[in-house]
Design a protein around this ligand. Structure first.
Ligand SMILES: [Zn+2]
Length: 314
């Protein structure tokens, strides 16, 4: 094996084969996911599924693993092209969609390991329920300011709901900022956790880092014997009880799921993406996705965004 010589020297050829056969799914390819995907590809994983609902904008270039020429593409298209440049033999399947309770089974059921790189607590709870129900290992990754968090949720052990509640005012990178090196640091730590789990079955603890203060800590999370998810098996996200048609992505950006397929041929716009088209109208930036989603930037509120979206979709 000409490629991966140094890692093969360390881990051995059998281990490298095991990595290359393991089917990964990365949910979210923004700051963490776009970096983590590259590290995993360079570590020898060759079966990677990527799922992301967003597209590349100019303000993503400095803090995510994208280039100037990726602007306008769906993030999954840009990540696929980057990984293929690194290893042309890599098998990638991509989904430019919002993972939800309707499509999760179809998209993730054949994956061995699921990696959360979203910045969305609802999607994390959905993943948690799906993985508990289907006994799949999944890896939680989050960054904000100079802090990073990484955890591995392994069947029969503590799940995310054992200890995490949905906070009323969730901190976001948009409001509180992000120190770029933590995204690389945390992605490297999580990639190591995944390699150690695949090869040796090692269960990671909950890792917390503040890279600015050089503070790093990892603790074992105990299963909550009263957990609604992994003990009582109550799946409120997976059954759609917590599903909403409108999601606020940033302060004035909303995603509306119209639940209809959008026919691009009726629009006279050129696009370089297979999945989406962009429309600028006054102060509004509207992105229509083939899967029926509309992202409205510049709307006053949820009601306004819904009205604008439905106007375009008809
Ligand atoms: Zn639990």
């Amino acid at each position: 094996m000409k490629r991966f010589q140094r890692q093969t020297k360390l881990l051995g050829i059998k281990s490298m084969k095991k990595l290359s056969k393991t089917k990964l799914a990365i949910v979210g390819v923004g700051s963490i996911g776009s970096i983590l995907a590259e590290i995993l590809a360079r570590s020898g994983f060759t079966k990677i599924k990527i799922i992301d609902r967003d597209f590349v904008e100019e303000n993503n270039i400095d803090n995510q693993n994208f280039r100037q020429s990726d602007i306008g593409l769906a993030k999954v298209e840009a990540v696929e092209s980057r990984l293929k440049e690194i290893n042309s033999k890599i098998e990638i399947s991509k989904f430019a969609t919002d993972l939800n309770y309707i499509n999760i089974d179809k998209i993730l059921s054949d994956s061995d390991i699921i990696i959360d790189a979203t910045d969305n607590i609802e999607t994390r709870m959905l993943l948690n329920e799906f993985c508990v129900k289907n006994r799949k290992p999944w890896f939680y990754t989050a960054v904000i300011k100079s802090n990073g968090f990484a955890f591995g949720i392994i069947p029969d052990h503590a799940c995310l709901k054992c200890f995490m509640k949905i906070p009323e005012n969730l901190e976001t990178c948009e409001l509180h900022g992000l120190l770029m090196p933590i995204a690389y640091f945390l992605s490297s730590k999580q990639a190591t956790n995944i390699i150690n789990y695949v090869l040796y079955g090692k269960r990671p603890g909950f890792f917390i880092a503040d890279i600015s203060k050089s503070k790093f800590f990892e603790y074992i999370v105990k299963k909550n014997r009263k957990c609604e998810c992994c003990v009582k098996k109550r799946f409120e996200y997976l059954t759609g009880k917590k599903n909403s048609q409108i999601t606020r992505i940033c302060s004035n950006t909303f995603q509306i799921n119209t639940n209809r397929k959008i026919n691009f041929s009726k629009f006279k716009f050129k696009t370089k993406s297979k999945f989406l088209i962009h429309i600028n109208k006054g102060k509004l930036n509207i992105t229509l996705f083939k899967d029926g989603r509309v992202i409205v930037n510049g709307a006053k509120n949820e009601k306004d965004a819904l009205k604008i979206a439905l106007n375009f979709v008809g």
